[in-house]
Design a protein around this ligand. Structure first.
Ligand code: HEC
Length: 125
């Protein structure tokens, strides 16, 4: 029993250390997201306000859930593509290649804060 406890406490210590060394976690920055969207030229295809795409098969993204946007954008990046889950769109893969994970969190926070037909949850923005 004591050996089990010792093992468990070692595990807990290791897990705590791993958390400490994982580095700081930054909250999403809406202002930075806005700057990245402007720099990234997203409105050229998704439209002004990101809710008026230039073609019917281009998605409306304004007001979508931030976590949905984040994962969608990440899946366009080559390093996150898997045969089962990766998205494979040459346009968006090209656009997303330049962004870090933190950039994508910031962009998602900004895009989800915009009003659009997909905007449904006032209380979380
Ligand atoms: C040259 C046109 C073009 C530009 C520029 C562009 N996109 Fe896209 N975007 C598309 C197309 C087309 C799709 C649909 C791709 C598909 O079928 O997976 C898409 C898909 C997306 C999606 C997935 C939406 C969903 O609901 O699945 C997100 C999020 C997105 N774009 C964000 C952005 C952001 C942010 C930028 C700017 C940094 C940007 N896009 C720039 C054309 C563009």
């Amino acid at each position: 029993m004591n050996r089990l406890l010792a093992k468990l406490s070692l595990l807990a210590t290791t897990a705590a250390a791993a958390l400490v060394f994982a580095g700081p976690v930054h909250a999403a920055d809406i202002k930075k997201g806005e700057a990245l969207v402007n720099k990234g030229g997203c409105i050229a295809c998704h439209g002004a306000g990101l809710d008026k795409p230039i073609a019917p098969n281009y998605p409306i993204i304004a007001g979508q859930y931030a976590s949905y946007l984040f994962h969608a954008m990440q899946q366009y990046q080559t390093k996150h593509q898997t045969p089962l889950y990766g998205r494979n769109n040459p346009i968006m893969s090209g656009v997303m290649a330049q962004f870090s994970t933190q950039d994508l969190k910031d962009i998602a926070a900004y895009v989800s804060s915009l009003k659009g037909p997909l905007y449904i949850r006032d209380e979380v923005h």
